[in-house]
Design a binder for this molecule. Sequence first.
Ligand code: CMP
Length: 146
Amino acid sequence: PVEHTLAAIKPDALEEYKDEILERIQAAGFTITQIKETKLNQEVAEEFYKEHKGKEFYGQLIDYMCKGPSMMMILSKENAVQEWRSMMGPTDPTEAQAVSPGCLRSVFAKSVLQNAVHGSSNQKHAMEKIQFIFGDIDMDGKMNGK
Ligand code: CMP
C-alpha cells in the first residue's frame, strides 16, 4: 500500500540545492503528492518541532527553521516513512558521510543543525505533521481518519 510522509527541504538547502534535491526525490520513485514553499514563523516552528522542546538545541533549531522559506512536501510511495528516512541518512552529516555516503545529508548538510532535510520519524507523526502543514486533505480516502 502507498504510504505518505511529511518531508521538508530546510531554508539553507532550499536556497542552494532546491533542484538537485527535488531531482533526487523524483529519481528515487517518490510521488510528490503535495508541495508548498512556506516560511515558518516562530509559533508554527515550535509546534512543528514540539517533540524536541527542552533539548539544548531547541532554540537554535527554531531560529534556523524561521530564517527563510522551507519546501514542505507530502512524499508518497510504498514504505515512504522509512524510505525517506534512509534517503536522508543520519541526522549528523559526519555520521552520514561515514555510514551512508550517498544519502542527502552526507551530500547537502552543513552541520547537525543545518542538516538540509527533515522527515517524519514514524507513521503517526507523518499523519499529524501532514495535517498540521497541509490541513485536512484527503489524499487517498484513508488519511485523517477517513
Ligand atoms: P530533524 O530531523 O529535522 O529533527 C530535529 C532537528 O534538530 C534535526 O533535524 C536537526 O536540524 C536539529 N538537531 C538535532 N540534533 C541536534 C544537535 N545535537 N545540535 C543541533 N541541532 C540538532
